[in-house]
Design a protein around this ligand. Structure first.
Ligand SMILES: [Mg+2]
Ligand SMILES: [Zn+2]
Length: 226
């Protein structure tokens, strides 16, 4: 009889987790017109889902594609320790999937610029004549509020028998943190886990995660006998 680690998958947020700051929120702060604050507050209080809030805020936003592109490339970067994390996961044969309630427009820009190759699910964003158009191909039929429903995706992973290591920092990571087997959290998500009594590893960057990993993280996950 040998012991083998059961299947493990990493699910990871994008904005403010892989990057230095929340790109979607900074686009709104910088380019949205008057009235966005009230909508954002309603989202943070849970009165509006992200799909509804984003559509309303984008209706108040005017920016050219060129300006938006430059803003993103000049202000945001990938955590320098993220590539080492991906290398480790690849070596351990652990799949990594990025789940974002942000947008493909800037994720593609950032991943191309920093030569990051990892599958992701996100909302879609197009700039047409200086207005922003969002659509939500990964919305869940069971959840009316998220753009990309992370909980829905995580439930699918669990159904396939894998354990989940979840890494995140924000509002869109709250529901999914409750079903993960291991949570790495900072910012709003860390506060939320504290309130919920969900155990989590605090982190600032992927170096912290690598340290926890090397200290036997996988061994603490359930092993299965064969
Ligand atoms: Mg985030
Ligand atoms: Zn959802």
């Amino acid at each position: 009889m040998t012991m083998r680690l059961s299947n493990v998958e990493v699910l990871c947020d994008f904005d403010g987790t892989i990057t230095n700051d929340d790109i979607g929120f900074n686009i709104i702060k910088t380019f949205a017109g008057q009235g966005w604050h009230e909508i954002e507050d309603a989202y943070q209080r849970g009165e509006k889902g992200s799909r509804e809030a984003l559509a309303e805020i984008f209706a108040l936003t005017t920016v050219s594609e060129e300006t938006l592109r430059r803003f993103i490339e000049e202000n945001f970067f990938v955590d320098p320790s993220f590539p080492a994390f991906l290398t480790l996961c690849r070596r351990e044969k652990i799949a990594v999937t990025v789940l974002s309630d942000g947008f493909d427009f800037y994720i593609d820009l950032i991943f191309n610029k920093f030569k990051v190759d990892v599958p992701y699910y996100a909302n879609r964003l197009k700039v047409v004549d200086c207005s922003l158009h969002a659509n939500f191909p990964h919305a869940s039929s069971q959840c009316g509020s998220c753009g990309t429903c992370k909980l829905d995706y995580a439930k699918q992973v669990k159904k396939n028998g894998a354990q989940i290591i979840y890494i995140g920092d924000g509002y869109s990571d709250r529901c999914v943190s409750g079903v993960a087997d291991v949570v790495f959290a900072k910012g709003i998500l860390a506060k939320y886990c504290q309130q919920q009594g969900t155990p989590f590893h605090p982190f600032e960057n992927f170096n912290d995660i690598l340290k926890t990993w090397r200290n036997g993280l996988l061994q603490k996950l359930n092993s299965v006998e064969e």
